[in-house]
Design a protein around this ligand. Structure first.
Ligand SMILES: [Zn+2]
Length: 486
């Protein structure tokens, strides 16, 4: 089965065929770096990492470009407020983002072009658009793209320029020929960073930046262009207009857009005061929770970051890592080498096929994850039985562990050390419950002592006290252990 991609342009799933055999050029709009990124910005980063990994797994050589917008009004304003240069500000937040990105075990992009490195190329493209009569300069030193001179304007977002003209009631700029004409170059205002151009001092508009970086790094036509759904209009519509008006070629073969996220069915917005940064989410929970939550929904659906959904992700991760820890302990046992039972081997093959089908079906990571669950359930059923550990458990554990790690690496999940990760989850849950590890250890120690003293009444009392706090105690041949209920 070949890979199918839902193309936002045709609004259909299409068979994936690259422009050049065996190679994929992929451009994803990166962030404007003036602050820590909000948690929603990580959705694209997490999802497109899986897209790239899956394409590579299928033998493609992927050139994955993710830009940093380091020239922008927001950056200039924020830098002015802080009394630092825009470059200092953007470099700081690029470094902060890259720290989170690598902490999430997302693979480095092939390249991260920055707008500030492409100003000359931007000026060149704008000049070419003016020559082709697709853009015009104004007396005040701005340059606008002329939407009326590009017949296909609106083809991605299904907008009609006449409707766009009527929709705008207030004439904001008398120099524009059409209300939807958008700035390619903005004349410098007092105190702003600027670059010399044929139209005077100024700086590029946002949309032209991506068209230029995509062209410079990947060429005039690219296979995949991704980004958040909020970028379809005007950003991507404008990118198409600029690039196609300039080259006369199709700019992008497959447009892919990831949906947004909500908090308890509310959109994230400054006015609602529910904007959360990726950094604060990772600190409060951890990176695995963020990835699991993102990937357990289809990328074209809205994700709800409600406490219930977060809790479910934590519980699922607890189950997975506990099964991986159990698998590791079975593998470490000195048991006879026996073949994997045919029934489990068959299930592994079925899950592999289903995982591949899900990923081929427009990168349906939510479906793909359901086969991790299926395999985990069966692994637990077969190897967590009362009585003596059988050699076949070890054989099952080896196959299970390598399957989860291998398929997990494609979606950047389940790569942590199981024991360390379970401790991390417990620490996180203890923090939420306002409990301290030392206090629990102390109670468990006391329980061991009173049990040795045959004071069973006190031992039961302690167990109940712990259970009330959500702490599960297990007495094993190796001693007493505890974990937080997930
Ligand atoms: Zn962009």
């Amino acid at each position: 089965m070949s890979i199918k991609i839902y193309n936002s342009m045709s609004k259909k799933k299409e068979d994936f065929k690259t422009l050049e055999e065996g190679k994929v050029s992929m451009y994803v709009c990166g962030p404007t770096v003036y602050d820590f990124l909000h948690v929603g910005n990580f959705r694209g980063a997490i999802f497109f990492n899986a897209v790239r990994n899956w394409l590579e797994k299928n033998g493609y050589e992927v050139n994955y470009v993710y830009n940093y917008t380091d020239v922008d009004d927001k950056i200039i304003n924020r830098a002015n407020e802080l009394g630092i240069t825009p470059k200092e500000l953007s470099e700081k937040y690029i470094a902060e983002f890259e720290k989170d990105y690598s902490g999430l075990r997302l693979r480095p992009h092939t390249s991260n072009p920055k707008v500030s490195e492409h100003i000359d190329n931007i000026i060149k493209m704008i000049s070419s658009l003016i020559e082709k009569d697709k853009a015009y300069a104004t007396p005040s030193g701005d340059v606008y793209f002329s939407v009326e001179n590009f017949a296909d304007y609106g083809k991605l977002s299904n907008k009609n320029i006449d409707e766009l003209q009527e929709g705008v009631r207030i004439e904001v700029n008398k120099e524009k020929k059409h209300n939807s004409d958008f700035a390619l170059w903005k004349g410098a205002k007092e105190g702003e960073v600027s670059w010399a151009s044929p139209w005077g001092e100024g700086r590029p508009g946002w949309h032209i930046e991506c068209s230029v970086m995509a062209k410079e790094v990947l060429g005039e036509s690219i296979d995949i262009h991704g980004g958040g759904l909020d970028l379809v209009f005007p950003h991507h519509e404008n990118e198409i207009a600029q690039s196609e008006a300039c080259s006369g070629k199709q700019y992008v073969k497959y447009w892919m857009h990831n949906n947004m996220l909500e908090f308890g069915n509310q959109k994230m917005s400054k006015s609602l005061g529910n904007v959360k940064t990726g950094r604060s989410f990772i600190e409060e929970y951890n990176g695995e929770v963020l990835k699991f939550l993102n990937l357990s929904s289809h990328y074209r659906s809205v994700i709800d970051f409600s406490d219930i959904q977060i809790g479910r992700s934590i519980a699922s991760l607890g189950k997975f890592y506990s099964s991986l820890k159990h698998a590791e302990s079975l593998i470490a046992k000195d048991l006879a080498l026996v073949p994997v039972p045919a029934e489990f081997q068959k299930l592994v093959e079925e899950c592999t096929k289903s995982f591949e089908d899900s990923m081929n079906n427009d990168f349906n990571t939510a479906d793909a994850l359901s086969f991790f669950f299926e395999l985990m359930r069966q692994f637990n059923n077969l190897t967590r039985k009362p009585g003596k550990v059988k050699p076949e458990y070890k054989a099952i554990a080896e196959v299970y562990l390598s399957w989860i790690k291998d398929k997990g690496s494609i979606i950047a999940l389940f790569q942590e050390d199981p024991s360390e990760y379970l401790n991390l989850l417990d620490d996180m849950l203890l923090r939420q419950k306002n409990l301290k590890r030392e206090d629990i250890d102390q109670l468990v120690k006391e329980r061991t002592q009173v049990r040795a003293d045959k004071n069973y009444a006190r031992s039961d009392e302690i167990r109940d006290e712990l259970a009330e706090k959500g702490i599960l105690v297990s007495d094993t041949p190796e001693g007493t252990t505890w974990e937080v209920e997930k």
